[in-house]
Design a protein around this ligand. Structure first.
Ligand code: FE
Ligand code: CA
Length: 508
């Protein structure tokens, strides 16, 4: 793919001198370079996309303000059909507020459907790197085939972000991030690099943690390559939290302090992600479950399985647990479940893609125990959604999952206890970007004997690259031999195809 460097784009600015638009010249700047966290875009519609940046000349400052003075700053933005910005299709100014850690979320409108665009910012006489983005196809049209990559779990200390770099090089049209974008723990030992500070609790802590992660050039390259659809999992707040219930008591927090922590975590998440202003948090809650329609090709139903869930049954962990069957239990909450089923009933696109966090298919070990943090701990909730899409005759349900630091491809079954029951959907699980370290070359399917619907597994780090067309979804499980050495090559550990109208995995 074309390298999007600051140098190229500054030259582009100079090259436009003399044309009708007023080009951005590189000026002698008094302030230090503020675009050290890169740029991003997200949540495309047929006529608009969100553009994001955050000014931070000194990203690692402990106050979380990135070295910016306590004042608001005007930021200019431009959208063009070329990376030289010789003509603009949209432009404007936005205020980067000190109160928002100088993050901006620009809704760039007036765009054409199913089109590629470039964007950049200028502030304090500095020009940002160039990002590439894309709009969704218009309602009722398929648009081009879509290369969509998805990923999760990028523990900073566990490895380098080579997988994000390789994802950018695959030239995707869209990226889904399914959570654990950051981890909340304090500085550890034995990793390839270290978190700054102790376990993050305050708004300043969370802001600095995002700044540390976003300083990584490989992560910046992945953001600059395509628009992202993001949903958090647990570590954007704290490990395995369930709504207002914490999974551990370290650090010790009063109920009020925990509420304040969750508020800070959601606020920093919004500040640092290319989300529409409609996803801005309100105090201790953040409206994140949403639908992104991709014309007639696909609909992305992005779920939030942390904020509204019941507490993990039987004390969490892997358990044989009758309570996991209680119909009163929900992973989504009643409102999100109704919203999802209503959206599935609309048949907007060929592929109904559920972008979500935790393992969806049944996975029992030999003793019958299952992960209480996953859908196995909320079996009635899963059954309502599976039956819901069957009742609504959803043609192509496809569940995308993160969280488990291992790649999987699964057939979803009408009755998991009966291997001969109908296959009613498909699940693809991405491995981690780094979390868990290098992993191994193993493709043994854990618990495969007790769960024959689990069809593939890989213990490598990486991501999943999908190619979505009107007739099929192809999935390539992209794998790195190492994340503790930077810049490892990527290979494909396995490939599958899902055919339109035929739920389940075919050999790729
Ligand atoms: Fe994780
Ligand atoms: Ca997780």
């Amino acid at each position: 793919m074309k390298r999007l460097t600051r140098r190229i784009f500054v030259l582009g600015g100079l090259a436009t001198a003399g044309v009708a638009i007023s080009p951005w010249q590189s000026a002698r700047a008094a302030a230090p370079y503020p675009f050290k966290l890169g740029v991003a875009s997200g949540d495309p519609a047929p006529d608009s996309v969100v553009l994001w940046t955050r000014l931070a000349p000194s990203p690692l400052n402990a106050d979380g303000q990135g070295g910016m003075a306590a004042a608001d700053v005007t930021v200019e933005w431009q959208v063009s059909t070329t990376d030289r910005f010789t003509s603009l299709v949209a432009s404007g100014t936005v205020t980067a507020r000190y109160a928002d850690a100088h993050s901006v979320h620009v809704v760039a409108g007036g765009l054409s459907p199913d089109a590629d665009y470039y964007y950049r910012f200028r502030a304090q006489d500095h020009i940002s790197p160039v990002g590439r983005t894309r709009t969704a196809p218009a309602t009722g049209t398929f648009g081009r085939d879509l290369v969509m990559a998805f990923a999760s779990c990028a523990h900073f200390e566990s490895g380098y972000y080579t997988a994000y770099r390789r994802m950018a090089e695959d030239n995707p049209g869209l990226v889904l991030h399914l959570g654990d974008y950051i981890y909340e723990g304090g500085a550890g030992s034995g990793g390839v690099r270290q978190h700054l500070g102790s376990e993050i609790v305050t708004l300043a802590d969370y802001r600095r943690r995002y700044a540390q992660y976003k300083s990584d050039p490989d992560l910046q390259a992945a953001h600059a390559a395509a628009p992202w659809l993001v949903v958090p999992d647990d570590h954007e707040v704290e490990n395995n939290y369930a709504n207002m219930v914490r999974a551990d008591s370290s650090p010790a927090l009063t109920a009020a302090q925990w509420t304040a922590r969750r508020t800070a975590a959601y606020r920093a998440y919004y500040e640092n992600m290319p989300l529409r202003p409609s996803s801005a948090p309100s105090g201790n809650s953040i409206p994140l479950y949403r639908r992104i329609r991709w014309g007639q090709l696909a609909t992305f139903h992005l779920l939030d399985t942390r904020q509204f869930r019941d507490d993990q049954a039987c004390g969490d962990g892997w358990k044989v647990c009758a309570d996991a069957d209680l119909t009163s239990r929900s992973l989504t909450g009643a409102a999100q479940e109704a919203w999802l089923l209503d959206g599935l009933a609309q048949h907007y696109g060929t592929w109904d893609v559920l972008g979500q966090q935790v393992f969806f298919a049944r996975q029992y070990d030999a003793s019958g125990a299952a992960s209480m943090d996953a859908w196995d701990g909320y079996r009635a909730s899963r059954a309502r959604i599976q039956q819901g899409w069957r009742d609504r005759q959803v043609r192509n349900p496809l569940v995308l999952t993160g969280d488990v630091h291992r790649a999987w491809a699964n057939n979803l079954k009408a009755d998991y206890a009966n291997p001969n029951s109908a296959t009613i959907g498909t699940e693809l699980v991405c491995t981690s970007i780094t979390s868990g370290g290098n992993g191994s070359a193993s493709t043994t399917i854990p618990n495969g004997a007790t769960n024959p619907h689990l069809r593939f597994s890989s213990d490598r780090r990486g991501y999943v690259r999908t190619t979505i067309s009107r007739t099929q979804v192809r999935a390539d499980f992209r794998a790195l031999a190492s994340v503790t050495e930077h810049d490892a090559p990527v290979t494909t550990a396995g490939s599958f195809v899902i055919l339109d109208g035929q739920p389940g995995l075919q050999a790729g």
